[in-house]
Design a protein around this ligand. Sequence first.
Ligand SMILES: Cc1ncc(COP(=O)(O)O)c(C=O)c1O
Length: 365
Amino acid sequence: MTSHIKLFNPGPVEVRREILDAQSEWMIGHRGKAFEALYARIQTGLRQVFGTASRVFVSTSSGSGLWEAAARNCVSDDPARGVLALVCGDFSERWADVFARNGKAVTIQEVARGQANTADSVAAALRARTVPYDAIAVVHNETSTGVRNPLAEIVGAIRAHATETLILVDAVSSLAGDKIDVDGLGLDVTLTSSQKCFGLPPGLAFAAVSDRALARAATIPNRGYYFDFLELEAFGTKNNTPSTPAISLMRALDRQLADMLAEGLEQRYARHAALAQMTREWAKEMGFELFAAPGFESQTVTVVKNTRKVDVAALNTSLAAHGLSIADGYGGLKGRTFRIAHMADTTVADMRELLAAMTEHLNHG
Ligand SMILES: Cc1ncc(COP(=O)(O)O)c(C=O)c1O
């Protein structure tokens, strides 16, 4: 038994030793030149990874903090406007709840678990609307079901019917592993967490925010303080943050951005796609089915329907002996599914090692 368990969980993921080590440098103050240089480097790298010429805010929080930011900055308190939340699993459902808990009027459009939200139903909802929604929220990659939503089609439907509605995208478990053309699609807020495809420890979250979203924020009075986009922008333009940031994590990010760009973003997406393909083929060969509807399978996490009624806890105990781990199904899907993440810096060799250990357990365990 080894104390290092390699995580094939959909966050936190395995973090490379070099990235962990980057956090152990001597501390610096966040109001000095060294920090400004660090922030500026990170900003340049993040813009490349997000595919945006706009700012990318760095938040010392997990992704849920930026869910709250999107709610508070982009949706007014006018009950006639509100937000249309597309729900296809537990995370999109929770984001819808975050809007409601911030006092926003929420309309939910939901599909069955395993299905993707569709452009047609979004178009129909928008056609039926006289007052435009302030925003539409969509989760690109629903980590609980392994469904990848058809983002470009949904965005096309929104833009055909509602030009002033902001498009808010949760790309928590996909960004940096699956291509999202933030500026090309004209997304207004695209948010993600550090502990998924970025291959970092948890504790940071990033959001690409458009000028339109900033302009909207300026019209909304009660944005709070910690996640106020205008506050973040005022400091961001000076390569700084309003409050004390997680400097050690930002150093890890600095190192990881350099490594990601050295790998090449297209190569990174291709690697994720190849790992996803391997995992899906393995699942089918082993007599399982995939939970996601055909054609909507995630590139970063495969949710396997537990058709063989495997004891997932026993499987993980056996994997732990090899220094490996996967995730059980999420929420109501616990036991009915299990989840294999292929995110961040996972290699083909890592994946082969995991799949071989799983095969051994399933055949002989
Ligand atoms: C799709 C999705 N959105 C949001 C979250 C919440 O992010 P965080 O745990 O970083 O707050 C998660 C977490 O797993 C997620 O998978």
